[in-house]
Design a protein around this ligand. Structure first.
Ligand code: AMP
Length: 293
């Protein structure tokens, strides 16, 4: 029976959240979804950033699918795959409350069964920034997103501007491989004090949490400089580096002013720039960005 024909008969009757744990189950459910399908891929431990994307998907589509999968291939050998925060119970409650139709919640073995051999490699735009600091990261991201698109077959997929380079990589993959999915981007959702929401923020000690504010403050400073007419990218980069370097316990991975499409570093901001930062606070690595222009 067509699900959309029966979706939410009245606002008072909750439509049950379907949970697919296998590819076969997800495909079976997908075959019964009518109309447009909006898809939000996540690694779980959901916060307002994820939920803002779910709301965008809910508003624009007949059905909404969310995946929860901590993808091992996008983590380096010394990164936090094992300790990445997980809380399925809370995630499922939040997704139910957000009126999501289907959650795809596979195991690692379901996505990468024994003998798995295939990767998607987007070149050039993955060489810089996160790609340079985390070799193989975007190969893992592109591969899992391509697989998820094939499994879920969404009409639209929603990604956060918080991971700006990821958006560039996914858009390039979709364009180059002719994937029939429209990519939509949601603004970065922040805590009231400016810290970009991230599942990894729970790693921060109270001290580190305060120090981490230097990232969003530095980005606001870049916006202020740009608004005051500054177009020398090198000068803005230097000011931001100095601010972060002056913060005790902050270790910079990069401060970048780059072309928002090619991600190549800029000397001069002709029209637009992506300002992106990555820094470590203790064992926690945080990223943040803003667009200028
Ligand atoms: P993750 O679970 O970290 O893989 O994130 C899943 C999706 O949520 C990605 O598209 C992220 O860019 C997006 N996202 C994560 N944090 C935020 C945030 N603070 N604001 C908006 N989107 C976010």
């Amino acid at each position: 029976m067509a699900l959309t024909a029966l979706r939410r008969p009245t606002p008072l009757i909750a439509w049950p959240l379907e949970i697919a744990e296998t590819v076969a189950e997800m495909r079976r459910i997908r075959r019964h979804l009518d109309g447009t399908v909006g898809f939000v891929p996540t690694m779980g431990y959901l916060h307002e950033g994820h939920l803002s994307l779910v709301r965008m998907a809910r508003e624009a589509n007949d059905a909404v699918v969310v995946s929860i999968f901590v993808n091992p291939t996008q983590f380096g050998p010394n990164e936090d795959f094992e300790r990445y925060p997980r809380d399925a119970e809370v995630d499922l409650r939040l997704l139910r409350e957000a009126d999501v139709d289907v959650v795809f919640f596979p195991t690692v073995g379901e996505i990468y069964p024994p003998g798995y051999l295939t990767c998607v490699n987007v070149e050039d735009v993955t060489d810089r920034l996160e790609g340079a600091c985390r070799p193989g990261h975007f190969r893992g991201v592109a591969t899992v997103v391509a697989k998820l698109f094939n499994i879920v077959q969404p009409d639209r997929a929603y990604f956060g501007q918080k991971d700006a380079q990821q958006v560039v990589v996914i858009q390039k993959m979709v364009e180059d491989l002719n994937m029939p999915v429209e990519i939509l981007v949601g603004e970065t959702v922040r805590e009231p004090d400016g810290l970009a929401m991230s599942s990894r923020n729970v790693y921060l000690s109270p001290d580190e949490r305060v120090r981490a504010l230097v990232l969003s403050r530095s980005l606001r400073h870049a916006q202020a400089l740009f608004a005051a007419g500054e177009r020398d990218a090198g000068r803005i980069r230097c000011e931001l580096e100095a601010r972060i370097a002056a913060t005790p316990g902050a270790a910079i991975d990069y401060v970048s002013l780059a072309d928002p499409r090619t991600l190549r570093e800029l000397d001069w901001i002709a029209d637009r720039a992506l300002v992106s930062l990555a820094a470590r606070f203790g064992k926690t690595r945080l990223i943040d960005n803003v667009l200028l222009g």
